[in-house]
Design a protein. Structure first.
Length: 461
């Protein structure tokens, strides 16, 4: 009993839930939770078909610079009419409204954010219901209770009884407090990428019509971003894609930050197209092709986006903090360490613990970043509402030789692994192994590879 080994499993689970509640509360402090939910809800509003009651009208609005976005926003924000209140009651009856989230004491600092999320979620679902009615009026989808519920619940089914066992476990234990929203909007991203409305259509022709409507939204984002980038950067070495170092789908503002990096705004992500490309692995692949990287790197970039996008909903604050504390890395693949690497003689373990504690809350992380040398003071906002803030691209000097730098980084990682494996080999097997490893490098890099192995004592000088 002294070691707590005989404590009932139920009591242990209560302790785990209590610890998770502390870390989860810290993680959603400030604007983080609200900004993430606003972005997610915007994804649904701006990617689903049915904005207007006319098929050709919606295609026209979507293609010409996404004017349909303003229609969706205006209708979502209008005051509730008598008919809207009837709609909301019907949605509640068929299980298509989000259950109210308990906000606790009136002085709870999270109360305002929770109430705002609830209101925005309700308005989004009401607008999605209008969009479903538009599709049904055009005989593109069946007018049934099931179809209506499926279309509206694309922004998340928060009724635990209607969720799978895995989602319920992550929510109940607190290990994955964002599992419902994360999974829902990843699925929404896949549906957007595959031009799937998320509900059964009435015929093959209706399916093609809905797909054409959704494809026009991609075209509209491309046109809007391309024209804006051209106008802002045509005299600064840029074009429709912006200047070198600007990600696909982002607007290049034509100005630089204090480090000479182009300042950008990720419009495609806000409109849901960026998420669709990311959760399907398309964005990473396109970025690699754009930057002239080899096919192997392109495949790895695509897999990185796929894995990280689908792991993220289930990697809650506790798991993330624990991973950083143990390894210095976030629970993701092919990402830089979150904790700074310490110089020789210092403790990396203590640095990892410090970073995990600071990064647990976006408020403390933002304050920490704002106090670093060269900081501007706006870093705290970027930590809490990064999707709505300006972000720097890659520096022009880096992009001038970007494929070379990527290759050298891959070579260093490869040689570190060769060195680790070679140290455990018998001397008779080491040299043939090292010789084959060097021959696997591009011819221009072999001399540098041999030099590194010599410096590490693997081969004689």
């Amino acid at each position: 009993m002294a070691l707590n080994l005989d404590k009932p499993a139920g009591d242990q689970l209560k302790i785990i839930k209590g610890l998770n509640k502390i870390s989860n509360t810290a993680a959603i402090s400030g604007l983080t939770d609200v900004s993430a939910h606003v972005s997610n809800l915007a994804t649904a509003l701006f990617t689903r078909p049915g904005v207007t009651a006319n098929f050709w009208g919606e295609i026209g609005l979507s293609t010409l610079g996404r004017a349909d976005v303003f229609v969706s926003l205006a209708r979502a924000m209008q005051k509730f009419s008598a008919s809207d209140k009837i709609r909301l009651r019907e949605l509640a009856e068929i299980g298509a409204l989000r259950e109210p989230h308990p906000t606790g004491h009136p002085w709870n600092p999270m109360r305002l954010g929770a109430e705002l999320i609830q209101k925005l979620d309700t308005r989004t679902r009401l607008q999605l219901d209008r969009m479903y009615s538009n599709l049904a009026d055009q005989h593109l989808v069946p007018r049934t209770e099931t179809a209506r519920r499926e279309f509206v619940n694309q922004v998340g089914q928060y009724n635990k009884r209607a969720q799978g066992q895995m989602i319920r476990w992550f929510r109940d234990t607190g290990f994955g407090p964002f599992a419902t929203a994360g999974r829902a909007f990843n699925v929404l991203g896949v549906r957007t990428a595959t031009l799937n409305p998320g509900v059964r259509t009435t015929s093959v022709g209706a399916r093609l019509a809905v797909a054409a409507t959704m494809a026009s939204k991609f075209a509209g984002v491309g046109l809007l971003v391309g024209v804006t980038n051209y106008l802002l950067t045509k005299d600064k070495g840029g074009g429709a894609m912006g200047r070198p170092g600007v990600r696909i789908g982002t607007i290049d503002l034509g100005v630089n930050d204090k480090n000479g990096k182009p300042l950008t705004f990720d419009l495609s992500n806000l409109l849901g197209i960026g998420r669709a490309m990311r959760v399907t692995g398309v964005r990473g692949a396109l970025e690699s092709v754009k930057n002239n990287l080899p096919i192997g790197t392109t495949i790895d970039s695509s897999v990185r986006d796929l894995v990280n996008s689908w792991v993220s909903p289930f990697a809650g604050p506790t798991l993330r903090a624990g991973t950083v504390a143990a390894t210095g890395y976030s629970p993701a693949i092919k990402v830089p360490p979150l904790a700074p690497v310490v110089p020789p003689g210092k403790s990396q373990a203590l640095q990892n613990l410090k970073t995990a504690a600071v990064e647990l809350s976006p408020i403390t992380a933002g304050i920490h970043d704002s106090l670093q040398p060269g900081a501007t003071g706006w870093e705290w906002l970027q930590k809490q509402a990064g999707r709505f803030t300006l972000q720097p691209g890659k520096a022009p000097a880096l992009m001038a030789r970007y494929p070379y730098y990527v290759e050298r980084a891959q070579m260093d990682a490869y040689l570190d692994d060769v060195i680790r494996r070679a140290r455990g080999m018998e001397s008779s097997a080491r040299m043939p192994y090292v010789r084959d490893a060097i021959m696997n490098l591009p011819a221009r890099d072999r001399a540098a590879g041999v030099q590194k192995l010599q410096m590490r004592g693997i081969v004689p000088r």
